[in-house]
Design a protein around this ligand. Structure first.
Ligand SMILES: [Zn+2]
Ligand SMILES: [Zn+2]
Length: 344
């Protein structure tokens, strides 16, 4: 079976004609398979949605219970036949509930990775290599400059700064879904046992993570307490909040951002990060290449990011590669203010 008979790129997303199903569609469709809850992949308004139970819960928290006509949960590894195509979800290691989508028909398997990472993350299941004929990957960090140190290494930099400036508050910008909770869990793993303070925009998803069994310790909502209450505190907020008057309530704040983009100094400056932390939920250049090899796929389709650079590398390896340049994906897709309560 030709891979394009199983999955093919369309303007609305990756499409399976036999099952009349889109993976991570960017516009409302009748039937959608959603890889994970980031807003550039998971949108409201589809007829039927197939995803992990965690991703469905995240969509419910973000968009309300009516985010789709109907929803069906699929466990990792469970197989579902839709009109002759067998679909299954496999852990992507990106955020809680994130999955790669495998579609199989006539002995040919195509895997759409969604977003993924190979680094350990205490808040979600580890990435699973799924052998396939065609691997559809992202390429957010597909340039040699992008190497991601371990999250523990970066969090220890934060803790060293807290120890050095005990009278200052440390304010860390982190995306509301996944990154914020990963930073919290990594702080705990590194021995930080004091309360962690959060901006209102991070509260709902952090609560949901805890309800779904992810241990994050004591999390407190930032209030209008006097400045001195936050001396020596670690506070998490959406990256966009760092450049707002909100930070002025903290004593002599040290501003920080947790993102793979922090590898680029100009980007760190632009985001107002005095203490950049290179913590990414996407594969870095090394892990992108390793993963492509590990899948054994002979053909690579690239959805978004540095697609041409990755395609060029694939061709050098003797692999067929195609840059899809899909519109609508990218970064974590969470502009400041997009979250409920972001203005708080
Ligand atoms: Zn994502
Ligand atoms: Zn994405």
């Amino acid at each position: 079976m030709q891979p394009a008979q199983i999955l093919q790129p369309r303007p609305q997303g990756i499409y399976c004609p036999k099952a009349d199903l889109y993976i991570d569609p960017t516009r409302p469709v009748e039937r959608a398979l959603i890889t994970h809850g980031h807003s550039d992949h998971a949108r409201a308004g589809h007829g039927r949605v197939l995803a992990t139970a965690e991703t469905l819960a995240i969509m419910g928290a973000r968009y309300g219970a009516e985010f789709a006509g109907s929803a069906q949960a699929l466990r990792y590894g469970e197989r579902l036949d839709i009109n002759g195509v067998t679909f299954s979800l496999h852990s992507a290691g990106h955020v809680l509930g994130s999955a790669q989508a495998a579609a199989e028909c006539g002995g040919t398997r195509v895997v759409a990775s969604g977003d993924y990472k190979r680094q350990p993350d205490p808040t979600c299941a580890p990435f699973e290599v799924v052998p396939c004929d065609v691997f559809i990957t992202e390429a957010t960090f597909a340039l040699p400059v992008f190497t991601h140190p371990s999250a523990e290494h970066e969090v220890r930099k934060l803790l060293a700064s807290v120890a050095m400036f005990p009278e200052r508050a440390h304010i860390v910008g982190a995306y509301a879904l996944g990154k914020a909770q990963r930073v919290m869990a990594t702080l705990r793993a590194c021995g930080w046992d004091k309360p962690i303070y959060v901006h209102g925009a991070l509260m709902a998803l952090t609560d949901l993570y805890q309800k779904l069994g992810v241990e994050l310790g004591e999390i407190r909502h930032v209030t209008d307490a006097k400045k001195s209450a936050y001396e020596g505190a670690i506070v998490l907020c959406p990256p966009g909040a760092l450049q707002t008057p909100w930070v002025r309530r903290f004593p002599d704040p040290v501003t920080s951002v947790a993102s793979g983009w922090m590898r680029i100094r100009a980007r760190a400056r632009q985001q107002g990060a005095e203490l950049p932390l290179v913590i990414s939920d996407h594969a870095d250049w090394g892990d992108l290449r390793r993963t492509i090899k590990d899948t054994g796929a002979g053909e690579i389709w690239i959805t978004h990011g540095e697609a041409d650079a990755l395609a060029h590398w694939c061709e050098g390896q003797g692999l067929k590669a195609k840059a899809l340049h899909l519109v609508g994906y990218g970064d974590e897709g969470e502009p400041a203010g997009a979250e409920p309560g972001a203005a708080a």
